[in-house]
Design a protein around this ligand. Structure first.
Ligand code: NAP
Length: 308
């Protein structure tokens, strides 16, 4: 009896994701790739969504070759799509439905950061107008909010039928995990210091919105039995947070020497693939967390004012 319990609770068994189907938007770079590669390493079938099919194909080929070489069952497939649009959400769900019977987890992860301001040069209204008003455009707000908050709304509802099919399936392999939507929010949904948010108010607005969407959608979907959770990263080196050199082998961004950030991360300089991958695994295998956004920021919000 005890040995059966130990076997059930071993990491090998708990985190064995064979059979699950995951969709990760923006899964071909940065945080999305940290999530998608961790899922593949543990046996999942993962669809990554991004703007460029040829780039997705190059990346998935590399990961699938590596998985084959190491005898791992996980596989990665790329589908081009623009996650901002309602029509694309439906098309992407239809495309995946042609290939899979169901989806276990949707990661709404893709995001952009635009509309950054340069700090005002002096404490006058004219200086604030010159920094925060004149250079910021309506398009900055439209692009960022549509990508980071509105797109996840369309995608979540478009994928509900496939998530419901996982829940209702009789296939024994679907019994180990429950369906879920996981948003990539940000510590910047809570920050009161725009320095931690690349000094972008459009970005801060969008991340507050997705955080509130996460908890209200979790409430909304209770009758369906589909959970909704979030990941709120602090600084992870990526093309967005530290534009630099992309590692052609992994798609990860390397912090160029001498790069600094306008805020302090109290512990290590940046979150790692291990940090992000282990949190994604935790959320996928856990059944009881619902409506929660998990902050993973190395203590940054302990050091900067926030409403967290
Ligand atoms: N890195 C951090 O420190 C940090 C901190 C907090 C939160 N986040 C959040 O983490 C998520 C991932 O960002 P990241 O840092 O990993 O940056 P990233 O490497 O730039 O990843 C963003 C991904 O989203 C894709 N994407 C953007 N717009 C899209 C669209 N309209 N349709 C489809 N795909 C689109 C990008 O594709 P292309 O590259 O091909 O354009 C890219 O793969 C974002 O939601 C971001 O806000 C990041």
């Amino acid at each position: 009896m005890a040995s059966a319990v130990l076997e059930q609770l071993s990491a090998n068994n708990l985190f064995d994701l064979r059979g699950i189907v995951a969709v990760v938007t923006g899964g071909g770079s940065g945080i999305g790739l940290m999530i998608s590669s961790t899922l593949v390493a543990n046996g999942a079938t993962v669809y990554i969504i991004g703007p460029q099919q040829d780039e997705l194909d190059r990346l998935t080929q590399k990961y699938n070759d590596a998985a084959t070489q190491h005898g791992r069952q996980g596989r990665m497939y790329g589908i081009q799509g623009d996650i901002r649009l309602k029509s694309e959400a439906k098309r992407l769900a239809d495309e995946i439905e042609k290939r899979e019977k169901y989806v276990t987890v949707l990661f709404n992860n893709a995001g952009i950061l635009e509309g950054s301001f340069n700090p005002p040069t002096e404490p006058t209204a004219a200086s604030y107008i010159a920094s925060h008003f004149d250079p910021i455009t309506q398009d900055h707000f439209n692009n960022v909010i549509n990508t980071n908050a509105v797109g996840p709304y369309w995608l979540t509802f478009a994928f509900l039928p496939l998530l419901e099919k996982w829940k209702n399936s009789d296939d024994p392999k679907t019994k180990k995990f429950v369906p879920q939507v996981i948003m990539t929010s940000s510590m910047n949904g809570w920050t009161k210091d725009s320095n931690t948010a690349g000094r972008s108010y459009p970005y801060m607005f969008s991340k507050s919105a997705i955080g509130h969407f996460t908890s209200s959608l979790a409430h909304e979907l209770l009758p369906l039995g589909i959970r909704v959770n979030g990941i709120a990263p602090g600084l992870f080196v990526s093309q967005m947070s530290a534009p630099g050199i992309i590692d052609p082998n992994t798609g990860a961004s390397l912090l160029p020497p001498g790069t600094s950030h306008p805020f302090r991360v109290p512990t290590v300089p940046s979150g790692s693939i291990r940090d992000m991958g282990s949190l994604a695994l935790f959320l996928v295998v856990n059944w009881f967390v619902n409506g929660e956004t998990v902050l993973i920021d190395g203590g940054t919000l302990l050091d900067h004012p926030s409403s967290y």
